[in-house]
Design a protein around this ligand. Structure first.
Ligand code: SAM
Length: 335
């Protein structure tokens, strides 16, 4: 692609078409992978000069590292450097492919759905190719027991779920995020769209994933937490450092982090946008690497993280305690 640099092209131009065949994860590895590969306490991307640009924000004390770059290229470099996996959890809010000339209601007015070039659909096949390629890379950089959360509407989530199955992820839950106060449907020809899906999956069938059952039960008022979660869209307070068109509420990402990681764990967001995952990680004392293609979006992230880290949060000091509800490691079944 002439004149196309890592930062200026749309995501579709970045992944190699030659990498299209699906690599199924081998079911019976020779030896079980180490369940708790050590997490770095300093910038995990420091030695990745080729793929990642100069960091937009690095804070070793709080464990937050934000980079501008194409996540597909950066994750290729990371996977090569860390073949055992690096991240305990990934929160991915990818392009939904819904900026295609439709209309919606914003602040009481009819507006075109246009979130940016990065959100335009290239048709179902290319969209699925893109989803498969970024998910393949995420799977490689997950630790053996790591999990991934992916948000989406019907425009993208079926492809994400199918790609997960093709790649050998283990789907753990499909969470319905219910928005209590959605914008009205102006055409009056459909139901008001009021939900999004969040898929939660483990790296593969052998993963012994972390689930903080007791904490989730406590948050649910002493009952088992259901897979329907109610959160309002981000309020003004969460947008005071700039608006990202598809910003997620911090509370939603916090819930995902609290459910599936321990304090001090390392979280990746390959589509950082306005930085919600980094803020949620800070607030829950987890560490976070965020990757974002667009400079304007990254600027919002940096401002939000900068604000959050100076509020009340103490840097990480000790090694994280074990995941309280993690099941004991069982020997891998023989074939
Ligand atoms: C749905 S938004 C994420 C919003 C974010 N969860 C938040 O709460 O602010 C997706 C983001 O991914 C970015 N993006 C798209 N393709 C990318 C790529 N290949 N690498 C890195 N970022 C990418 C877009 O610029 C956009 O900001």
């Amino acid at each position: 692609m002439p004149g196309c640099t890592l930062e200026t092209c749309t995501p579709f131009l970045h992944f190699e078409r030659g990498l299209r065949t699906i690599d199924f994860v081998p079911r019976h590895p020779k030896k079980p992978p180490s369940p708790r590969a050590a997490s770095p306490r300093t910038d995990p991307l420091k030695t990745l000069k080729s793929a990642a640009q100069t960091p937009a924000l690095t804070d070793d004390a709080h464990g937050i590292w934000l980079y501008r770059g194409n996540s597909l290229a950066v994750l290729d470099g990371l996977a090569e450097q860390e073949p055992e996996g690096l991240f305990d959890m990934i929160f991915a809010d990818p392009p939904y492919f819904l900026s295609n000339g439709g209309i919606t209601c914003h602040a009481g007015r009819m507006v075109k759905v246009d979130k940016g070039d990065w959100d335009k659909s290239r048709g179902p096949e290319l969209n699925h190719e893109f989803n498969t390629e970024w998910l393949r890379r995420c799977q490689k950089v997950l630790k053996p027991n790591g999990t991934i959360w992916v948000t989406g509407t019907s425009h993208v989530i079926f492809s994400v779920g199918f790609a997960m199955q093709q790649l050998g992820f283990k789907i753990l839950n499909d969470i319905t995020w219910e928005k209590p106060n959605p914008p009205p449907n102006l055409s009056c020809r459909y139901f008001t769209h009021s939900t999004e899906t969040v898929l939660w999956a483990a790296k593969n069938e052998r993963s012994k994933h972390c689930f903080n059952y007791a904490l989730m039960r406590q948050i649910a008022g002493g009952k088992q937490m259901k897979s329907v979660w109610r959160f309002t869209a981000p309020k003004g307070e969460e947008k005071k450092f700039g608006k990202h068109a598809t910003q997620k509420p911090v509370a939603l990402v916090e819930r995902c982090i609290l459910a599936s990681t321990r304090e001090g764990d390392l979280v990746l967001d390959p589509f950082l946008g306005g930085g919600t995952t980094a803020v949620a990680a800070l607030q829950t004392r987890r560490r976070c690497v965020g990757l974002e293609l667009e400079e304007n979006h990254l600027k919002i992230s940096v401002k939000r993280v900068d604000h959050a880290r100076h509020l009340f949060l103490k840097p990480h000091t000790a090694e994280p305690p074990p995941c309280p509800d993690e099941p004991p490691l069982l020997p891998t079944a023989k074939s």
